[in-house]
Design a protein. Structure first.
Length: 68
């Protein structure tokens, strides 16, 4: 399943990590690739993809929003 993620902090990062490990194609939507939360999330799981928000929202079946 194609799953773009918006928000990958304390809640979103572990969710994105686990969904990718379960075999889903998880893409982190990032307008600012060098952000601290993005670096931490990729350090946890370098197999996660990163794309601009517009690209990440290509044709998803589900979108995860993990924002305050």
């Amino acid at each position: 399943m194609e799953i773009p993620f918006i928000g990958y902090g304390k809640l979103g990062s572990p969710l994105a990590d686990r969904l990718q490990q379960l075999g889903h194609a998880v893409t982190l939507a990032s307008a600012n690739p060098p952000s601290h939360s993005l670096e931490k999330t990729l350090a946890r799981n370098p197999n996660l993809k990163v794309a601009t928000p517009k690209t990440a929202m290509g044709n998803p079946e589900v979108v995860f929003l993990a924002i305050p």
